[in-house]
Design a protein around this ligand. Structure first.
Ligand code: ZN
Length: 138
């Protein structure tokens, strides 16, 4: 899945009526794109914004709608160092953090929204690994 969205209640910034806002996550090249779109059915006020990465305040809504997902590295492939470098970049980990990830291979290494995990899968495979995205084990 390269796209997921949630719809949440949102009061119109102009007329204050109760409306809805749509937050979406999509897989862009090398990153997750987050976007919001709002359109007021009463006064016509509308806006769209987008950014990179998943806003922390969206997580609970996406987890409630689409579940938590995990990335499994089944096989690190021929160049484990390259794989770990790429994962470290995307996950923003320090040396200790990526060391802990390295010890989890093969197996689930991290969890998050589905689109985030699909990004990690894509990047891991580009680095020569075999990876899979599955619903997170509770
Ligand atoms: Zn309005």
């Amino acid at each position: 899945m390269r796209y997921e969205k949630v719809t949440l209640p949102h009061s119109c910034p102009r007329c204050r009526s109760a409306q809805e806002i749509v937050h979406a996550l999509s897989l862009a090249s090398g990153s997750v794109r987050a976007s919001s779109s709002f359109s007021c059915k009463r006064c016509g006020e509308a806006f769209e914004v987008d950014d990179q990465g998943v806003p922390e305040e969206w997580r609970s809504a996406f987890y409630a709608a689409n579940g938590r997902w995990e990335l499994r590295i089944l096989d690190a492939g021929p160049d484990k160092a390259a794989l770990l470098r790429r994962l470290r970049e995307i996950l923003g980990l320090n040396v200790a953090g990526i060391g802990a990830v390295a010890q989890k291979i093969p197996g689930p290494i991290t969890e998050g929204t589905r689109v985030e995990m699909e990004l990690l899968k894509q990047e891991s495979e580009a680095a020569g690994a075999m990876a899979d995205v599955t619903p997170a084990t509770p």
